[in-house]
Design a protein around this ligand. Structure first.
Ligand code: 3NM
Length: 204
């Protein structure tokens, strides 16, 4: 999150928590990403903040770090470690999220023990260099129809203004970076997203 905002990342996280985010994923990637002890210390600071707000803290990709600091879960993409090995490593009580782009990948994620799947990019995004082509909401709709009990989280270019179609397609939640981290008012941005999400939970 630091790369998209000049504000101090931890203060952006605290604003987002105050605004009502319900899950936080640490995705420390890119040229200026922290590594080693610095990454661990930053992760623990994020983890402490999330704990204060009772919000799950998930680590993207770095299974070793997640295990070392006893994170609430791990999120992996298709190019990361294999989901079933990650499930084995983190144990049954932790959250496992897997990015999927097809029915086949969804099926594999479920049988590997995923608790939710991430699907995107729904809209164009400038945040992820190696994002796949824009997918819209069609695959979310199909996966939601086939696996009605599987939580689906849409990602990619989502804001409070364009989140409704993602929920309408069957997503249980939306995952955002810039909509909150690049906002002049991250707390308000998170609040607006939470309002859209709540509206859909009521309407469903
Ligand atoms: N994963 P923003 S899109 C981290 O499609 C990530 O799997 C994606 O950032 C995927 O909310 C993406 O700023 C970037 O668009 C999300």
């Amino acid at each position: 999150m630091g790369s998209v905002n000049a504000q101090e990342p931890l203060s952006v996280l605290e604003d987002a928590l105050r605004g009502g985010i319900t899950c936080f994923q640490l995705r420390e990637k890119g040229a200026r990403a922290l590594v080693g002890m610095e990454k661990k210390a930053f992760a623990e600071s994020c983890q402490r903040l999330c704990a204060q707000y009772g919000v799950p803290f998930i680590v993207n990709d770095d299974v070793d770090l997640a295990v070392e600091i006893n994170a609430d879960g791990v999120h992996i993409g298709q190019d990361d470690a294999e989901a079933r090995f990650v499930r084995k490593r983190i144990g049954p009580g932790k959250i496992l999220g897997v990015s999927v782009h097809s029915i086949e990948e969804t099926e594999a994620a479920i049988s590997a023990g995923a608790n939710y799947v991430g699907m995107g990019p729904v809209y164009p995004t400038v945040t992820k260099d190696d994002a796949k082509p824009v997918a819209g909401t069609a695959m979310i709709e199909e996966v939601a129809r086939l696996y009605p009990d599987l939580p689906i989280v849409g990602i990619g270019g989502i804001t409070a203004a364009n989140a409704e179609p993602v929920f309408r397609a069957g997503a249980s939640g939306v995952s955002v970076i810039s909509a909150i981290a690049s906002s002049a008012n991250p707390e308000m941005a998170a609040k607006r997203l939470e309002e859209v999400s709540l509206k859909w939970r009521r309407e469903r």
